[in-house]
Design a protein. Structure first.
Length: 207
């Protein structure tokens, strides 16, 4: 999925904003690399202004190492994901693996932390295949490197056309610690080798 770059309005956040804008171009970039149709679909969304907190107060963070949504039997370790030279987000090579965008907010920090994963591959369901089945009130458990577990509660599940993605809602600043789980959804566009929508699970920290 192609996306535009934009300049960061705040000094000191330029690189972070540029990296987060790259979340836009995941699906198209990976589909080209994937080869024969149907191409693997991965998480992605249009250009994001920034993933940031509503406060400038520094909050200590611990790296996340796993994510689980027991209600849909979703469980995966987490690996850091970033962008390639063209600005495309690079998802985990393993379709059963979820990733954390480590240039953004860490789970447990104030702001929206972003986790992304494939919905499927040429061989079948992938790590976030059942993400759209997650119900409001479900728990999302994020394991941390220090052995602790953060509990988030799902507040809503939304599906957006990639052509009209709710960028501000997904990536905008928040007053508390939140989580976004993102994957592809909707119909598969064979001409573009990507899904036409994004599924986003919103969750807030409760523990």
């Amino acid at each position: 999925m192609a996306g535009h770059r934009h300049r960061a309005p705040h000094r000191g956040l330029t690189r972070l904003r540029w990296l987060l804008a790259a979340v836009a171009v995941v699906s198209g970039a990976v589909a080209v690399l994937a080869g024969s149709p149907p191409a693997p679909a991965v998480a992605g969304s249009p250009p994001a202004p920034v993933v940031q907190a509503a406060t400038d107060e520094p909050v200590a963070s611990v790296a996340p190492v796993s994510v689980a949504v027991p209600s849909v039997d979703l469980a995966s370790s987490l690996v850091p994901i970033g962008v390639d030279g063209s600005g495309a987000l690079v998802p985990p090579a393993d379709y059963a693996q979820a990733g954390w965008f480590d240039a953004g907010v860490a789970p447990g920090q104030v702001g929206p932390a972003v986790l992304a994963g494939h919905v499927d591959s040429r061989s079948g369901p992938a790590v976030f295949y059942r993400l759209e089945e997650v119900a409001v009130g479900a728990q999302v458990l994020v394991g941390q490197a220090d052995g602790s577990t953060l509990t988030f509660e799902v507040t809503r599940v939304a599906e957006y056309p990639k052509s009209a993605f709710a960028t501000d809602e997904v990536y905008g600043p928040t007053v508390d610690a939140q989580l976004r789980l993102i994957t592809c959804g909707g119909e598969f566009d064979r001409s573009r080798r990507s899904y036409v929508d994004n599924v986003v699970v919103y969750a807030s920290l409760v523990q």
